[in-house]
Design a binder for this molecule. Structure first.
Ligand SMILES: NC(=O)c1ccc[n+]([C@@H]2O[C@H](COP(=O)([O-])OP(=O)(O)OC[C@H]3O[C@@H](n4cnc5c(N)ncnc54)[C@H](OP(=O)(O)O)[C@@H]3O)[C@@H](O)[C@H]2O)c1
Length: 309
């Protein structure tokens, strides 16, 4: 158990001076701990979430540690807010060295967003997909994109048509589907980075089951408080433990060449068969662009010249 993700990740001596990191969902939990860790390592940290008070508190904490940080609010269920967030980042930094797509959660009640898409899929997958796409022009040549998935991606399939309805909504099924999308998104992004011939990488990870984060707040009745009370037990992983693999993937030299992979406990793991289905990865990529009504990102990188005529 640690209170310093960089120690658990074996990168305490890393110098992130001059680097800029955006951690989505860093107003609490795993993202907050990752943001503090990047601040301690000397990076400029862009803190994101909806809760301004919590976001500014993280900024102040990073500044107290001697670091530099800014809070950038955006509701991930709002497409325009994600476009605006990307615009603000693009105009205010020279380059983004690390994009940590971490914001997300489990949502008990089913609802459709303005896109006509189920909320969990929208917030947990479509929003980071759109943010990543919009930030491509500002990603450094060796940028690392790290996405917080979950072991919950196992045991489900992804039927993209099913995300257009909340009939028969079940929160856990929707959550699993969105976390499977995170793994498939990572694999397809890595493939397109690779085809574009750059040094950018994309990896994703399972942070562990972390009762002390805000993740369980949408459970019914007294369950959120019961789960969170487990956080005091010495053997239960803390949000800082949960952030260790994120920091490892963003910083460690050991994974500089790793891309398209799924990690847990700072080590690669094989994700589910569905997560490794390359046709499903490509379909998700294309269908996500259609749902968001944007051009397919990095389409040139995988354009098949044989199809041109
Ligand atoms: N805790 C676990 O056991 C566990 C296990 C596996 C995977 N994960 C994953 O870990 C990631 C972080 O979760 P956590 O456990 O640290 O939970 P958390 O403490 O609830 O943090 C979630 C973060 O996401 C942000 N967020 C949620 N909905 C948002 C929205 N609509 N728009 C913008 N930001 C939003 C929250 O910010 P605001 O509240 O300020 O909007 C918060 O900063 C999630 O992707 C989750 O799926 C967690």
């Amino acid at each position: 158990m640690t209170d310093r993700p960089e120690a658990a990740a074996g990168v305490t001596d890393a110098d992130m001076g001059g680097k800029t990191v955006l951690v989505t969902g860093s107003t609490s939990g795993i993202g907050r701990e990752a943001a503090l860790s990047f601040g301690r390592l000397g990076a400029e940290v862009l803190v994101h979430g909806r809760d301004e008070t919590a976001g500014e508190a993280v900024v102040e904490e990073i500044e107290r540690l001697g670091g530099e940080a800014r809070f950038l609010p955006a509701d991930f269920a709002d497409v325009e807010a994600v476009h605006t967030l990307a615009d603000v980042v693009e105009t205010s930094v020279d380059e983004l060295d690390v994009l940590a797509n971490n914001a997300g959660g489990y949502f008990r009640d089913g609802q459709l967003t303005d896109l006509g898409v189920e909320y969990t899929f929208h917030v947990n997958h479509l929003a980071p997909y759109l943010l990543t796409a919009n930030l491509l022009p500002v990603l450094a040549d060796d940028a690392r994109v790290v996405t917080t998935s979950s072991a919950a991606h196992r045991g489900t399939q992804l039927d993209v048509d099913a995300v257009k309805s909340v009939d028969d909504y079940r929160g856990m099924r929707a959550y699993q589907r969105s976390k499977l999308a995170n793994v498939q998104f990572t694999a397809e992004l890595a493939r397109r980075f690779d085809a574009a011939d750059g040094d950018r990488t994309a990896n994703c990870f399972h942070p562990g089951a972390i009762p002390g984060s805000g993740f369980f707040r949408s459970l019914p009745g007294p369950l959120p408080r019961l789960v969170q009370s487990l956080d005091v037990l010495p053997f239960v992983p803390s949000p800082a433990d949960g952030a260790a693999t994120l920091v490892y993937l963003a910083v460690s030299d050991r994974v500089a060449d790793s891309s398209g992979r799924y990690f847990a406990d700072c080590a690669p793991e094989t994700p589910s068969d569905a997560a490794r289905d390359s046709d499903a990865q490509r379909r998700l990529w294309e269908e996500s662009a259609r749902l968001l009504r944007v051009d397919e990102p990095l389409a040139d990188a995988v354009a098949d010249p044989a199809r041109a005529d």
